[in-house]
Design a protein around this ligand. Sequence first.
Ligand SMILES: NC(=O)c1ccc[n+]([C@@H]2O[C@H](COP(=O)([O-])OP(=O)(O)OC[C@H]3O[C@@H](n4cnc5c(N)ncnc54)[C@H](O)[C@@H]3O)[C@@H](O)[C@H]2O)c1
Ligand SMILES: CC(C)[C@H](C(=O)O)[C@@H](O)C(=O)O
Ligand SMILES: [Mg+2]
Length: 360
Amino acid sequence: MSKQILVLPGDGIGPEIMAEAVKVLQLANEKYQLGFVLGYDELGGAAVDKYGVPLADETLERARAADAILLGAVGGPKWDAIDPAIRPERGLLKIRSQLGLFGNLRPALLYPQLAEASTLRPEVVAGLDILIVRELTGGIYFGAPRESRLLANGERMAYDTLPYSESEIRRIAKVGFDMARVRGKKLCSVDKANVLASSQLWRAVVEEVAKDYPDVVLSHMYVDNAAMQLVRAPKQFDVIVTDNMFGDILSDEASMLTGSIGMLPSASLDADNKGMYEPCHGSAPDIAGKGIANPLATILSVSMMLRYSFGQVEAANAIEQAVSKVLDQGLRTGDIWSEGCRKVGTAEMGDAVVAALATL
Ligand SMILES: NC(=O)c1ccc[n+]([C@@H]2O[C@H](COP(=O)([O-])OP(=O)(O)OC[C@H]3O[C@@H](n4cnc5c(N)ncnc54)[C@H](O)[C@@H]3O)[C@@H](O)[C@H]2O)c1
Ligand SMILES: CC(C)[C@H](C(=O)O)[C@@H](O)C(=O)O
Ligand SMILES: [Mg+2]
C-alpha cells in the first residue's frame, strides 16, 4: 500500500534545501521500493501569501491524512511586521500542536570528517553523539494567559505563562528514558527547578518515571549550567530531556558542536510515532536565494523519517552513509567548509548525496 508524504518547503532557504532532500527521498523510494507518494503544500509565510493564514485548514487536514510530513523552514523579514496572530511561526506551532507532536528528537552527531569545522577544539567534540529530547507542544510557547497591553501609567507591558501538567511531563520523560535505554543508558533532565514552579514539578515527575527505568542513570542539571557544560565537555551527555524553550535554545547551541546548524535534523513525533521531520535551523534569510545553504540537515531528516515513522532502517542507514561518503570526498557547503575542502552549493551537495546513495 502506498504511503503519503506531505512536503511543506516553507520560506527562505526552505524550498532550496527541500529540493535536495526530495531528490534523496525519491531515490530511496525507488531503490528500496518504499511506495511513497509525495504531495506538496505551503506552510508559514508562503501560506500567508497563498491562503492568508500560515496554516490553512485544508493543509492541516492533508497533514492529518498523511503518513509523515517533511518540512523545510518558515519565517522571514517579509512577514515580520504582520499581525502576530498570523506570523509564519504561528503556523509551525499550530501544526505541531494540532497533530500532537509533543516529542522532538534533535540528535547532535559529529561526523568525524567535520571535527575541524566545529568552533570547539577537535578533542572536545571528537566522537560526539548526543540526543536532545525537547518537549514540543507545551510550556511557555503555548501557555495562557499571554498578553501585551498598556498599563494605567501608559507604559507597555507583556507576559507569557509557563504551564506544565503532570501528564505532559510524564510522556516526554518516557520518551527520554526510552531513548536513553537504547543508547548509552544515561539521561540528564534539564530544568530551572531552583527558581520555577513548573520546573519543580518537572523534576518530581521525572523522578517518578525513573522508577520504571532502573537500567538508566538519571541526573538533573539546571539549564544555565547545562548551557555551559555543553561547550565545556559535551561528551558527558548521552540523552538530554528538557522543556520546550530550553530545548529550543540548547539544540541550537549543540548544533555548533557538530560544525554547523546546517547539520542538525529533527523528528517531531506523536504518541504513535507519526511524525513531522525538519531541520532544526530556520529559513536563513541572510543566505536565501543564493544556492549556498547546507541541505544535509534536511536530508538527514529524511533518514530520521524512514527510521522512526516507517521502520526502514536499511534505507535510513544508507542515507546517513551517503552523507558520510560525500564528506569523505571533501565536499562542503560554506557553513562547514575548512581548508583543503571543496566548497559546493546546495544543489551540488544534494546531487553528490544522491550519487553516493545510488552506489550503496
Ligand atoms: N523550524 C523553523 O521553521 C525555524 C527554526 C528557526 C528559525 N525559524 C525562523 O527563521 C527565520 C530566521 O531565523 P534566524 O536567523 O534566527 O535562524 P536561522 O536558523 O534561520 O539562521 C541562523 C544562522 O544560521 C545560518 N544557517 C541556518 N541554516 C543554515 C543552513 N542550512 N546552511 C547554512 N547556514 C545556515 C543562517 O544563514 C544564519 O546566519 C525567522 O523567521 C525564524 O523565526 C524557523
Ligand atoms: C520558528 C520557531 C517557532 C521554532 C521554535 O522555537 O520551536 C524554531 O526555532 C525551532 O527550533 O524549530
Ligand atoms: Mg529553534
